[in-house]
Write a protein that binds this ligand. Structure first.
Ligand code: ADP
Ligand code: MG
Length: 240
């Protein structure tokens, strides 16, 4: 579904992604792990063109989206993204947060958008919060709204950048459970996470980034049991 071919990204004189190539297949759940500053967020942001790779190519369903002529907004319509810090619209109710983009970007009527939004809010367990404003929600609830909002665009692929890192510990599970359900529906997902148990249990594949290099890529069970590189072993020793 999405293919990165020799992606590099340079900020000033800092090369933060070095020749990354990988393919994410339809329905696959891929966990991206690695030390802070290793380029995980930059990699994710390149996939939906929030960052422009300095070199290399990205294909979405065989279409080269790094081509200058491609409309970035059309690409992003098909790729949902969930951030560490939610980024909800603070002045809108939960329901309006979820219905806004489908109306503005996809041209759905208000009632069409609300029908989809209500289904998604039910799925993430927030039917009773439709009319609440974000500042009245817990972190876990905010993140579930953010997931529903991204899904309302009916994306082909969902990117998550440390979706539980800003949450109090007791709220991590409710968000991971929603993500696990989503994975069970066959959604294609790329998830930057420090939740190693989640990666082990839910991901089909793990990518280990270290200093901008895709150092290891493989089956989570094998990776966590027996990483091939010393860098990965060191990292796992620190976090597990
Ligand atoms: P991670 O998500 O793994 O912690 P990032 O992708 O956020 O890593 O960052 C990788 C490197 O790129 C870091 O050294 C960071 O300082 C740098 N970086 C990220 N975004 C920018 C930017 N917009 N401008 C300059 N440097 C950046
Ligand atoms: Mg990051």
């Amino acid at each position: 579904m999405i293919k990165a071919k020799e992606i590099s990204k340079v900020f000033g004189n800092n090369t933060v992604l070095k020749n990354i190539s990988t393919t994410i297949n339809t329905g696959e759940v891929v966990a991206v792990i690695g030390p802070s500053g290793s380029g995980k967020s930059t990699f994710l942001r390149c996939l939906n063109l929030l960052e422009e790779p300095t070199s290399g190519e990205i294909y979405l369903n065989d279409k080269k989206i790094t081509d200058k002529k491609v409309d970035k907004l059309v690409v992003r319509k098909n790729i949902g993204m969930v951030f560490q810090h939610f980024h909800l619209f603070p002045h809108m109710t939960v329901l309006d947060n979820v219905t806004y983009a489908p109306q503005k970007v996809k041209g759905l009527s208000k009632s069409e958008a609300q029908k989809i939004a209500k289904e998604l809010l039910a799925k993430v367990g927030l039917t009773d919060k439709e009319n609440a404003y974000p500042n009245r929600l817990s972190g876990g609830q905010k993140q579930r709204v953010a997931i529903a909002r991204a899904l309302a665009m009916e994306p082909e692929i969902m990117l998550f950048d440390e979706p539980t890192s800003a949450l109090d510990p007791e709220m991590v599970k409710e968000v991971l459970d929603v993500m696990k359900d989503l994975a069970g529906t066959g959604m294609t997902m790329v998830i930057v996470t420090h939740e190693m148990n989640f990666a082990k249990e839910v991901a089909d594949r793990v990518l280990f980034l270290d200093d901008g290099v895709l150092l290891e890529e493989g089956d989570p069970k094998e990776f966590f049991k027996q990483p091939k590189t010393e860098r990965a072993r060191d990292f796992l020793d620190k976090v597990l």
